[in-house]
Design a protein around this ligand. Structure first.
Ligand code: PLP
Length: 420
């Protein structure tokens, strides 16, 4: 991997903040965009902009073709069986809200709280439960929580140990309580833990329970094969994988997407409409009401092509090196406590330094040019679990360098000295 060449493709990285070269280590929040992605979106608005699917004219057909091509590219990238199993959404949050709402509506139309592809109204179970883990981002917690609470149901939570590793024995026990759906982060955005989602999907399927995988933090770092994971749903955001904001996806096994009712209603998702009755469009359009973000979808396709143009094994190796180097150097800082030390981890390091508020530390190293995130990272229950107000989180992308890691650690050392 030629990092310098790669960095040239990300102009935003080449700037000074407060007179210091920018060291951008907030990639778990959002990644920067390569020129090819920016150009692709620009090009769409310069030459192709048109509303899709509804026009007979040249531009509309061209934009429709490009949009559907992008869908196929996403499907291939995550190894979906068919393009119709990929629904474009605004991102992970919208995908999860879509699922929570669709499952709720399916439940209301099927008096059965434990659903499977062939569940019949006769297998009635009145106690609605959804199973999540103790390390979920609010996006994979609140939609399910609100949904179960509307029905006096219960959110079941898989606990984790002090290293940030899920307790699979407890998981197995909770599965026996018959949750309607299991929804788990592939990689925790606070702890960096890589959860064994393939194994967890198999365990859930043994109980006939469908599995949602929140891939927001995994898709940029690791090749995704939804058929190999055998998850029923996989959700992700484009902006965390070098694509524009406002685009993301929901993969669902076709049988499940066929079974779930639509999430939003309006143009494009319908087949026939009268005042008495509406019938719905086929997959994936049933879930894509209204005008989509076509330009961003094309940008997402270009981001995928950008990733595919690189040696992904080398990228993974490089990112692992960055993480290991950060952990090793940070370990020397007096009073440091890592939050998240699971054996299988990736992409980021979270920590606090004894007696220093993460916010103060983050603010001081910002003035040294280093961008990290501080706070609860939209995962307040994780902070409660570890009894802390927040963490400092440095998260890595393929364009970061070992020199940047060094600058970051030195900045933390200096800030810690100043704040003590
Ligand atoms: C694990 C995880 N899930 C969900 C989300 C929400 O993603 P978005 O804000 O792009 O919808 C994030 C964002 O940080 C995340 O890290």
């Amino acid at each position: 991997m030629n990092i310098n060449e790669i960095r040239h493709q990300f102009p935003v990285l080449d700037q000074q903040v407060y007179g210091k070269p920018l060291v951008y280590l907030d990639n778990a929040a959002t990644t920067q965009k390569p020129l090819c992605v920016i150009e692709r979106e620009r090009d769409y608005y310069l030459h192709e902009n048109c509303n899709i699917h509804r026009g007979v004219h040249y531009l509309s057909q061209k934009a429709t073709e490009a949009y559907e091509h992008a869908r196929q590219t996403v499907a291939d990238f995550i190894h979906a069986k068919e393009a119709r199993e990929v629904v474009f959404t605004r991102g992970t949050t919208e995908s999860l809200n879509l699922l929570a709402t669709a499952f709720e509506h399916l439940l209301l139309s099927t008096p059965n709280s434990q659903l499977s592809i062939d569940s019949q109204p006769s297998t009635l179970n009145s106690q609605l439960k959804v199973l999540v883990t103790a390390m979920e981002h609010h996006s994979n917690l609140v939609p399910w929580q609100q949904m179960v609470q509307r029905h006096q149901g219960q959110l079941l939570v898989v606990p984790m140990d002090d290293s940030g590793t899920l307790d699979l024995e407890q998981y197995e026990k909770l599965l026996k309580e018959g949750p309607m759906v299991v929804s788990i982060a592939h990689i925790s955005n606070v702890l960096g833990t890589i959860n064994p989602v393939k194994e967890m999907a198999k365990m859930a399927h043994d109980h006939g329970i469908p599995v949602v995988v929140d891939g927001a933090q995994s898709i940029a770092h690791h090749p995704i094969d939804v058929q190999d994971l055998d998850c029923d749903f996989f959700v992700f955001s484009g902006h965390k994988m070098y694509a524009p904001m406002g685009i993301g996806g929901l993969y669902g096994k076709a049988e499940w997407l066929e079974k779930l009712p639509p999430y939003q209603f309006g143009g494009e998702m319908v087949d026939t409409v009268s005042f008495e009755k509406t019938t719905f469009n086929v997959l994936p359009y049933k879930f894509e009401a209204g005008t989509p973000n076509v330009g961003a979808a094309l940008g997402l396709e270009t981001a995928i092509q950008f990733l595919q143009s690189l040696d992904r094994d080398a990228v993974e190796k490089h990112e692992t090196q960055l993480l290991q180097s950060a952990i090793q150097q940070l370990s020397a800082i007096e009073g440091i406590r890592f939050i998240g030390e699971a054996e299988q981890r990736s992409g980021l390091v979270s920590f606090i330094v004894d007696g220093i508020h993460p916010y103060d530390l983050g603010t001081i190293i910002d003035k040294m040019g280093v961008a990290v995130r501080t706070g609860h990272h939209c995962a307040e229950p994780v902070m409660t679990r570890f009894g802390i107000p927040g963490t400092v989180r440095a998260s890595f992308a393929l364009y970061n360098t070992l020199e940047e890691v060094e600058i970051f650690v030195k900045a933390v050392q200096r800030a810690a000295m100043m704040l003590r």
